[in-house]
Ligand binder design. Structure first.
Ligand code: CP
Length: 312
């Protein structure tokens, strides 16, 4: 049987997404128990390889594997043999000697997961590769939207605001939101809008004039780590905050605000919006654990519905 990877949200059909989100929902009661652990993946091995900074994704994949009783190994570039010049290919071949079931990878280079997949029999899960993809973020965002708006997200209007050009979250979310029938608008300074935006089937705006039309505002930070030093995308952060920053006065009552994190208060999001009850950022983080449990489980166990009940 061919191994299952999750490298791009484009690997999934709408039915696959529904199954993953339903599976995540079935794990929620486990996370409310006193003993928050099930034996589902006992004897399985999950390697979490984070070669780029992360708080949310790394902790939730690690905890998700532990909640499912898998054996876990965490590895970061600093302190590993990467410091001594070992290539990604050789690191993957080395770790594959332990016969892991899954290798979760975050890497600064787009395409790292495809390279890894070609060099291991383990399933590869992309935890963010350069500005390419971040599929588990998209799934947890969809899960959060389902919890806020119900199962049917068709016709929901989402405005993604910020540095679209450098954002893997934008690439994954645009595809995932459209897959479930949502209407997507992207809003960015002209210098932070990708050239290929017209081919994505989204509405394109360069200011916040129509922000009130959206049901959900999805904010992105400026991805400084992917901007070459000295490149001038913006006059200043203050100018960005003045023109594209989302403050309470720019929102209408009832609009939900999301952000993948980490947030930069006072730049793309005001402190008041970050702390507002209509902001779903904490719910996104919470969703991340159940969704990543579902991803690990479905990657290993497969797609028959009856499996989940047995797992719990
Ligand atoms: N959203 C997200 O990927 O956050 P981390 O970089 O903290 O994992």
């Amino acid at each position: 049987m061919a191994k299952r990877d999750l490298i791009s949200i484009d690997d999934l059909s709408a039915a696959d997404v529904d199954l993953l989100l339903d599976t995540a929902e079935s794990f929620l009661p486990v996370l409310q128990r006193d003993i928050k652990k099930v034996p589902t993946l006992r004897g399985r091995t999950v390697i979490n390889m984070f070669f780029e900074s992360s708080t949310r994704t790394s902790t939730s994949f690690d905890l998700a594997a532990k909640r499912l009783s898998a054996d876990t190994i965490g590895i970061k570039a600093k302190g590993s043999a990467v410091d001594k010049g070992e290539s990604l290919k050789d690191t993957i071949i080395t770790l594959s000697a332990y016969s892991p079931d899954i290798i979760v990878i975050r890497h600064p280079r787009a395409g790292a997961c495809q390279l890894a997949s070609a060099n291991t029999t383990a399933s590869i899960i992309n935890a963010g590769d350069g500005k390419h993809q971040h599929p588990s973020q998209c799934l947890l965002d969809l899960f959060t939207l389902r919890q806020a708006f119900g199962r049917n997200l068709r016709g929901l209007k989402v405005a993604i605001v910020g540095d679209i050009l450098h954002s893997r979250v934008a690439r994954s979310d645009i595809a995932g939101f459209q897959l479930l029938g949502m209407d997507v608008t992207v809003i960015a300074p002209p210098t932070m809008m990708p050239r290929e935006v017209d081919s994505l089937g989204v509405n394109v705006r360069y200011d916040l004039a129509e922000l009130h039309k959206a049901d959900v505002i999805y904010l992105l930070r400026i991805q400084q780590e992917r901007i070459t030093q000295g490149a001038n995308f913006l006059p200043s952060l203050r100018e960005y905050a003045n023109v594209w920053g989302v403050t309470r006065s720019r929102l209408r009552p009832g609009q939900k605000v999301m952000h993948p994190g980490p947030i930069n208060r006072g730049v793309e999001i005001s402190a008041a919006v970050a702390d507002d009850p209509d902001t779903l950022i904490a719910q996104q983080v919470e969703a991340g654990l159940a969704v990543r449990m579902a991803i690990l489980y479905r990657t290993i166990v497969g797609s028959t519905d009856s499996d989940t009940k047995e797992a719990l």
